[in-house]
Design a protein around this ligand. Structure first.
Ligand code: SF4
Length: 366
């Protein structure tokens, strides 16, 4: 079991404190903690908190960098719950990982849980005892699912290394069982030259074989979980067409959590790190439409004043759970830590962490 989530009690008046005062208080608390603390900030975090990050990056990079900051015994993660769990799985024994709002979950990660995945695994194994099934989980999953994959011979993957992970899994067996993101799975299959329509989709709401016909499941090389990110599935082919109509010279780059037709309509797709790197590489005067979380796109716009950068859907809400990490909550967290009260700790049970590390180690070895 992972830790239960005590209430993140932000005193109500805190929300009305002027921003300048909160910044001053958070800065003072941060300075008081000195080297004891490292603050990790995911690219999708709001501007008001990312300014306090010592390191920014994607979830796996941040988890590793937190563990490497060995002088720190406190790791504050500006991100969502599965990211803080991953940081704790890789953390040094003396480090504790803190999430300023324990209610900051991830819609995609919550599309799969250990009970339904375990049930699916049992059903497939019973129905096809001669198949060698290799489980793969996306980084965006709970620690219990990473542990499940670890003890069943599988690996974790990120959006940056999914192609290599799928290649590895296909070499280990004859059926890849990937969860929880159907779209990343389908886009990765396409990158491998597989017909993107070929993978079958396991719907956990269907009682029998995930709603897949037995013949189709028996013949499948890739089984995808019916899960999705509610931010990235908000992008559409029509938005890509409108961007092209308004800016004929536009380069459209989307995240591979977007549905397959959107990725096909775009010029490029890649992880957040890929998108950031491509913006750095592009010459001044470029026009770029991006299909990912609005906070990152807005930061890229600010960092590249020589380019025209916009979100494919400018009125798209940024990830609401990422946005639960606010300046008042960060201030509250830092002040508690500075006062010696370690609040909102995310701690993965030891056995689960060991099995999850196996799956992460297999990813690192790819
Ligand atoms: S953007 Fe999507 S995948 Fe990322 S944290 Fe939000 S819901 Fe999860």
């Amino acid at each position: 079991m992972t830790t239960s989530a005590p209430a993140c009690a932000i005193p109500a008046p805190e929300e009305t404190v002027p921003e300048a005062e909160l910044i001053a208080r958070a800065t003072a608390a941060r300075e008081a903690l000195g080297d004891r603390l490292v603050v990790l900030g995911h690219h999708y975090q709001k501007h008001e908190v990312i300014r306090f990050a010592d390191i920014t990056g994607d979830s796996f990079l941040l988890a590793r960098r937190g563990a490497e900051a060995t002088r720190a015994d406190l790791v504050v993660f500006l991100g969502v719950y599965f990211m803080a769990e991953a940081a704790d799985i890789l953390a040094q024994p003396h480090q504790r990982v803190v999430l300023p709002d324990l209610g900051a979950g991830c819609h995609l990660a919550e599309c799969a849980d250990i009970f339904t995945v375990d049930d699916a695994w049992s059903q497939i194994s019973r129905a096809f005892p001669d198949r060698t099934i290799v489980p793969l989980t996306y980084m965006n999953s709970g620690a219990d699912l990473k542990a499940f994959v670890g003890r069943n011979g599988g690996a974790v993957c990120t959006s940056g290394n999914a192609v290599r992970a799928f290649e590895w899994a296909r070499a280990q067996g004859d059926m890849v069982f990937f969860f929880p993101d159907e779209h990343l799975g389908r886009n990765t299959a396409a990158r491998l030259g597989i017909d993107p329509a070929a993978p079958v989709v396991w719907d956990p709401r269907q009682a029998e074989l995930g709603g897949i016909a037995p013949d189709a499941l028996g013949a499948a090389e890739i089984v995808l979980w019916k899960g999705f990110c509610n931010v990235h599935t908000g992008f559409t082919v029509r938005q890509v067409e409108e961007a092209r109509a308004a800016h004929p010279d536009v380069t459209v780059i989307v995240h591979p959590e977007c549905p397959r037709p959107v990725v096909e309509a775009a010029d490029e797709d890649g992880s957040t790190e890929y998108i950031i790197r491509r913006l750095d590489e592009m010459p001044a005067g470029s026009t770029v439409a991006i299909g990912t979380d609005w906070n990152l796109v807005d930061r890229l716009r600010l960092n590249h004043p020589d380019k025209t950068v916009f979100c494919l859907k400018e009125d798209l809400c940024p990830c609401v759970t990422m946005n639960r990490i606010t300046l008042p909550k960060l201030t509250w967290t830092l002040e508690n830590l500075a006062a010696g009260d370690v609040v909102n700790v995310v701690q993965v049970e030891e056995q689960m962490a060991a099995e999850a590390r196996l799956a992460l180690d297999r990813m690192l070895a790819l």
